[in-house]
Design a protein around this ligand. Structure first.
Ligand SMILES: NC(=O)c1ccc[n+]([C@@H]2O[C@H](COP(=O)([O-])OP(=O)(O)OC[C@H]3O[C@@H](n4cnc5c(N)ncnc54)[C@H](OP(=O)(O)O)[C@@H]3O)[C@@H](O)[C@H]2O)c1
Length: 261
């Protein structure tokens, strides 16, 4: 099968031909329709997990996707991350433990849209839940994948949203979601504007501020129903065929980049 992969940590992505994966016990093999790109994928290629998980090479990145289960024909979407790391969704086929956060693609939902939802959408949904009763929220990094979902879901929850883009001044609010800071001091500077603050980049000394998304089938189903009800717009900034997807880490488009198999 064809896949996009890195030969080593930090290497450029290349189009490669590799054997189709074989499902082990309690795994499914899925023929992918589409995969979406998340910053986590680049971090994995750069070796973020090299101390904590086994990897295999060529390293195929990608956690999010939508596809059809071999054998049953069920159409599913969700997070396909599993160990060893390197058998990801930037490929025609993937295997995935049946216990992963996966859900059926509802009738009428475009699989490309479904593939764009999992990581960014579940993070946004759960971030807004974590905001509790906060009536106003600053969202730093509002134009990206997580940010564009968080803005919409927070507004739908009745919150006053202040999207903060590059160069925008911060103002005081009840809560702050920082999707951008990659060091403690810049997060702490932003967190001064709100009594409740979260970072998705784990840069706070206060563990309660380090927000981690937990994948769940319920969150996926909720996202799909929000989209189908017209209450959540999925901002797909770029659609790229698998064979041309070697540059998906270069530059940045607004919203989500989706690789189409
Ligand atoms: N902890 C978790 O569970 C979890 C889950 C999901 C994501 N994350 C992390 O959260 C971060 C955001 O994810 P994402 O998917 O939203 O990434 P993304 O799609 O790359 O979006 C990041 C956005 O931030 C903007 N930005 C960059 N620097 C900025 C600045 N100084 N001020 C304001 N905006 C700025 C970018 O705009 P430009 O286009 O101008 O660069 C981009 O639109 C990533 O680091 C990701 O790894 C963590």
């Amino acid at each position: 099968m064809w896949a996009i992969a890195a030969a080593d940590f930090g290497a450029d992505l290349e189009l490669v031909e590799v054997p189709e994966p074989v499902a082990g016990p309690n795994e499914m093999k899925v023929r992918l329709f589409a995969a979406s790109v998340n910053p986590f994928d680049r971090k994995v290629v750069n070796g973020m997990l090299r101390e904590s998980a086994p990897h295999r090479f060529p390293l195929v990145p990608g956690t999010d996707g939508a596809g059809e289960v071999e054998g049953s024909g069920e159409r599913i979407f969700g997070t396909f991350f599993h160990r060893p790391v390197g058998g990801g969704t930037y490929a025609e086929y993937v295997t995935v433990p049946v216990t992963n956060a996966l859900a059926p693609i509802p009738e009428g939902l475009d699989p490309v849209v479904a593939a764009a939802l999992p990581t960014a959408g579940m993070t946004a949904l759960q971030l807004v839940e974590a905001l509790g009763d906060a009536r106003s929220v600053l969202i730093v990094g509002a134009t990206g994948g997580v940010g564009s979902f968080t803005v919409q879901i927070a507004r739908a929850a009745g919150k006053r949203v202040v999207p903060v883009g590059r160069g925008d001044a911060l103002v005081e609010a009840d809560a702050l979601v920082d999707l951008v800071s990659t060091d403690r001091s810049s997060f702490e500077a932003n967190a001064r504007y709100a009594p409740l603050a979260f970072t998705t980049n784990y840069v706070s000394a206060d563990q309660s501020q380090n927000f981690g998304m937990k994948g769940s089938r319920e969150s996926l189903l909720r996202l799909a129903s929000l989209v189908q009800a017209g209450d959540l717009e999925v901002p797909i900034g770029r659609r790229v065929p698998l064979r041309g997807a070697t540059d998906v880490f270069a530059g940045h488009s607004r919203g989500k980049t989706v690789i189409i198999m």
